[in-house]
Write a protein that binds this ligand. Structure first.
Ligand code: NAD
Ligand code: DAU
Length: 357
């Protein structure tokens, strides 16, 4: 059965990878991307798709109720895959307002519009609202704590994770109150092609190429559970097709790595794969800087539920995924160079000036 998808945030990192995945696997489905094109959104991420007959890009804000209503109705949407968000913890510390607006009010706007649309169409059983969320809502783990499961209590610590937690609660409530067929996924750190340069992995690749310091927060021993973005997309695919409404699924890579080790792995890959680096070996650029305020120590995902109930497991190891990613950044200067804009430089100065040790 073919679907008609509204993909919010489809010009961002994960959203665009998802759209490529979906168009490749389900070429007969209608895909409508709604994206405000904030600093993190980039139409170049959708190159090769815009010419397709059953693809449409709409620039707009998820908080714009009349626009969302119009799209749901005229495109006869049955599935919302909701990626649009302010997504960077560091930016949420510098300015939380946009996070509350997009992540909480935006999600509420989509839920209300979708509820009305679903009810107006006599509540079809195939409708889905997939809310793409994060492991950060669960807070911070100690070294020996068990990994986050779907029943771990929420304990968000940054304005970003608090706003995502708020949106998760709304999504959950719309299922319990109205029986709207919503599903939530909580995923660990993604990496791969099209990730905006200010996130850890692209930042390290690009700074190495430019001979700039590689800023590692605090003691570098914070742990993240890294998942290759293609694996995240395949997980979302099985959740859309086989997940049960009202459920939450945790998605993770079984790849816990301390930040400093990850940065060292990246430096080794850059030494091997990049010709004529300005500073060699690249690890000479590693610079410990002041820690991120409220920096969560460790994230780890227990992905047993999605494995046992839906049969999904990640397929890419961190060593393979980092190699693919480094190669991608090395061969896509034309993609990332224009993103190092004045706005990017201004953000960079604000974020790292206060934290320089
Ligand atoms: P991103 O910042 O790269 O992309 C976000 C996209 O949303 C951008 O294209 C942006 O233009 C768009 N957007 C922002 N505000 C909007 C608005 N008001 N209306 C319409 N579009 C708007 O983010 P990402 O890393 O691709 O993350 C996508 C989703 O996945 C987010 O909800 C995030 O919380 C979640 N997530 C991300 C990760 C990760 O490691 N990146 C991990 C788990 C979950
Ligand atoms: O866990 C999922 C989350 O992963 C998503 O919900 C977020 O949208 C996504 O941005 C990501 O959040 P993080 O804060 O973990 O990602 P970031 O790339 O900013 O940082 C990864 C780790 O690296 C974190 O421990 C902070 C550290 N770091 C980051 C930057 C940018 C540094 O040490 N130096 C840096 O310059």
């Amino acid at each position: 059965m073919s679907r008609r998808l509204l993909v919010t945030g489809g010009a961002g990192f994960i959203g665009s990878n998802f759209v490529h995945h979906w168009c490749q696997h389900y070429p007969n489905d209608r895909v409508v991307v709604l994206d405000a094109l904030t600093y993190a959104g980039n139409r170049a991420n959708l190159a090769g798709l815009e010419e397709r007959e059953n693809f449409r890009f709409v620039q707009g804000d998820i908080c714009d109720r009349s626009l969302v209503d119009r799209l749901l109705q005229t495109e006869n949407i049955d599935t919302i895959t909701h990626f649009a968000a302010e997504s960077h913890v560091d930016r949420s510390i510098l300015g939380p307002g946009a996070f509350v607006q997009t992540n909480v009010v935006g999600t509420y706007t989509l839920l209300e519009a979708f509820r009305q649309h679903w009810q107006a169409n006599s509540q079809p059983a195939n409708y889905r609202f997939l809310h793409v969320s994060t492991d950060e809502v669960y807070g911070s783990l100690g070294a020996d704590d068990p990994a986050f499961s779907e029943t771990t209590p929420y304990a968000p610590n940054s304005p970003y994770s608090a706003s995502k937690a708020g949106s998760d609660h709304l999504v959950r409530a719309y299922y319990h109150t109205y029986e709207l067929p919503t599903i939530i996924t909580n995923c660990s750190n993604n990496y791969g092609p099209y990730q905006f340069p200010e996130k850890l992995i692209p930042l390290m690749c690009i700074n190495t190429l430019m001979g700039k310091p590689l800023p590692v927060y605090g003691d570098g021993k914070n742990v993240r559970d890294w998942l290759y973005v293609g694996d995240h997309c395949s997980a979302l695919d099985v959740v859309i097709n086989r997940g049960a409404p009202g459920e939450t699924y945790n998605i993770g890579g079984n790849n816990e790595v301390e930040n400093i080790n990850l940065v060292q792995m990246l430096c080794e890959l850059m030494d091997e794969l990049a010709p004529e680096l300005p500073v060699h070996p690249a690890q000479n650029l590693i610079t410990f800087v002041k820690d991120r305020p409220g920096h969560d120590r460790r994230y780890a995902i227990n992905a047993t539920k999605i494995k046992t109930q839906l049969g999904w497991t990640p397929s890419v190891t961190v060593a393979e995924g980092l190699r693919l990613t480094v190669k991608w950044y090395l061969t896509h200067h034309d993609w990332w160079q224009p993103l190092l804009s004045e706005e990017y430089q201004a953000y960079y100065q604000k974020n790292y000036v206060f934290s320089a040790s």
